[in-house]
Design a protein around this ligand. Sequence first.
Ligand code: ADP
Ligand code: MG
Length: 626
Amino acid sequence: MRPLPTGKPAMPIHLLPDHLINQIAAGEVVERPASVLKEVLENAMDAGSTAVEVQLEQGGVRRIRVADDGCGIPKDELPLALERHATSKITSLDDLERVGTMGFRGEALAAIAAVSRMSITSRADGAPHAWRIDADPRELAPAALNHGSVVDVADLYFNTPARRKFLKSEGTEFAHCDDVFRRIALARPDVGLQLSHNGRVSQRLPSGTREARVRALLGDDFLAAARSVEAESGLLRLHGFASLPAYSRSNRDAQFFYVNGRFVRDKLVTHAIREAYADILHGSRHPAYVLFLELDPFGVDVNVHPAKIEVRFRDSRAVHQFVYHALQRTLAASGAGAGLAAGSGESTESPAPAPAPQASPYPHTPQPYQSRLAMEPASRAYYDFAAAARPEPIAGGPAPAREDGFVATAFAPRAASPLTPPVAAPALPASDLAPPLGYALAQLHGVYILAQNEGGLILVDMHAAHERILYERLKTLLDGTPGVQRLLIPAVFGVGQKDMLTAEEHSELLERMGFEVGPAGPQELAVRSVPALLASAPVSELVRALLAELRDFPSTEVITARRNELLATMACHGAVRANRSLTLPEMNALLREMEATERADQCNHGRPTWTALSMADLDRLFLRGR
Ligand SMILES: Nc1ncnc2c1ncn2[C@@H]1O[C@H](COP(=O)(O)OP(=O)(O)O)[C@@H](O)[C@H]1O
Ligand SMILES: [Mg+2]
């Protein structure tokens, strides 16, 4: 006998008994009650069930019982079902490569049976009665059951106390089971499902449409704030629902992604989705989505992990690009202009299933009293402004810098500054079709702009909207050489030691962005130039915020990759602040810029920037016409 390194004599090589092999395998497949539930539920789905009932006791540790109305298992196959590597789902490698069922490894039931007290009662289609098999001792007996199968798993880990110790509280284990249940339920709206825990029903989901299932599990709020996604390209299809940033979460709980019906957590896909949201969602917020990717089974390997939660795509780049673009386009299509175009039929995206909060301000049936006449005074004021503005800038030169950070030039006619992109002054419309966001009426408490369009009232959060516009424009400007505004008098302000060091370390990068920053004293910085777009932002505040952010980045590569975060900071500090009063022409200019900006209806932090109250909405408020 060879000695082990510990000095103990080694045993001769021998085959492990089946039961022990199964117990070892159970370590991979059966991590906790939720993993048992996943396997057993998936078997019920694979069996073609239309109604499935799940009963749990004590978080699933005491009992997991799943009853289905699927095809059942014939008597003589029942003992096989409990054997390792016994499956009815594949017979060859070819099958494995195009597998369409959830299961195929034929090891789940054997593993579960090895670490619990398990029985299966089943009645195969056409059998005169049901049969029941107990896993240990393995015994078959006639039983009563109308159809389908009942898999009963009791006392999980009763014979492997070491594993039992790893189980968490009943509440935690139940929460994991609930997660599994929801994941499968979202994927299979065609199957009626019920879940109960300790005798109390916690979910009752009738079979129905995908939308109804999503509504039942994620709520009306989610659907109201979600876009429906539908995209196809070659052999790839992505469909489902993705939240607009206004519905973002502080965690990833509401993220469901499926590949050919299988819930997965895949790094590649998660990355593609995060990128699609990068521009409209603050980094610390998480989008909510239920998305289904369908592709040829040949294109994806699901046999990477026993629990099959990871997959491997054959052409991962194509998948990444497809998911990113499909989602990004859907989300961008919610921009103020695009949203309005949806009614004209030129949008290729499917409409949101429920009216989003920022629904189209163009109602399909304008109310008779909302005549063109009513639009007249507001539009007249705007045309007057536009006409007057054309020959020369309203401010008669570069806008003076303002304490409050309002960039008047950003709204003023383009000729005002050689640094702003040459957007023509708004043309007078030939017809009397009003612009989508209408004409400004007034400013409310220094925070909101009230405007009137054909449909009714438009409310705009002016800071959020301006921030959004600035951000988009900063992005395009920084792609080339930034327009730089030299300050007549350098802005000098006191900073801490750390800021001094950061400014020195990143001076080159700052310069590339248009900031000329240098020391003015041991604890003082002088800013001599800023990006033209931010010409009138509060300089010290802006630069301090940038330095703080730069300090958080570990390296220059990271800064390049996360450049957009810097732009967002700049936009936030450059945007007009609350309590700054705007003139009507300034407000109208902002509305026009919003219409011209992609994704203008959400600010960089994911809040909506505007909303509409149609005449019908207002009538409802006043109970008119009832
Ligand atoms: N609820 C069920 N209804 C019908 N057949 C089932 C059910 N559960 C399991 N089976 C049968 O038992 C076999 C073994 O199941 P399992 O160990 O989970 O392996 P796999 O699902 O990978 O095939 C399945 O292939 C299937 O034929
Ligand atoms: Mg299975």
